[in-house]
Design a protein. Sequence first.
Length: 268
Amino acid sequence: MSLLGANQAVALEDFIQAVQSQLDTAQTRMSLRAQNDKLPLTFAIKDIAMDLKAHVELADGEVRIRPAQPQDKDTTVLRLGFTAITKPMIEENAVQLAVDDAEDLTLDALGDDLAPEERRRLEGIGIRTVAKLDELRKQGLAGSVGRITRLPVDKLESVLSRATRPMVSEVSSEESGGSSDALRQRLRVRGRNLLRDGVPPRVAIGGREVGVVHASDDAIVLEPGPDQFAGQMSLEYDPRARTELWFDQSQAASFGMGLARPRERGVQ
């Protein structure tokens, strides 16, 4: 079914975005043909104009258009023009974002947290990875993204919290450095997302908070109490997206050896 099929009204920006996407595809095809067939690119589409005969509606502060049927009267003619702009013009008027990292999680990895239509809206403004979404949050642009994509800011923040919650792959016991009198047993937690904005997650074992001695994005070192080398560990930046796991390093703490593989569970 076409975007304007079945006499269905759509948001004006969705229509413009669909046209823009197809123009981008046409441009990419011409470029690939020039490269693969070893042909010079002798022409390009600079300007496109179209007249759209439609009914214009206003619903919930949103302009929507509905295609006119042959028998319809009192319709509006929308004249849309698309023109080419240069890369410096784009850079001058766009928010600068980092280039996608090949290891970044795509929005598809969020599963049912975002509906397919919601993911398409985000991808339509260049947000294809969780890292890009987090970058906009750090720049304080979540509200703007929400308005443009018609996604509630609370939902964006909740989805981001779940996607960037701490992930644990291994818990091990180790001795601290220093003199023999000052030696203490510690826990090293390995994984990812163990730093957010330079701050480690809040960590608790058996319901009591544990001090963080050292932290990086893939490992944190904890200084637990004598009775905190086994049990339930929780890590969180946001109570809406807590990571919980069971571990047992009590024997390793007693003998200074051994590793334990945790079972991780995300709490939402």
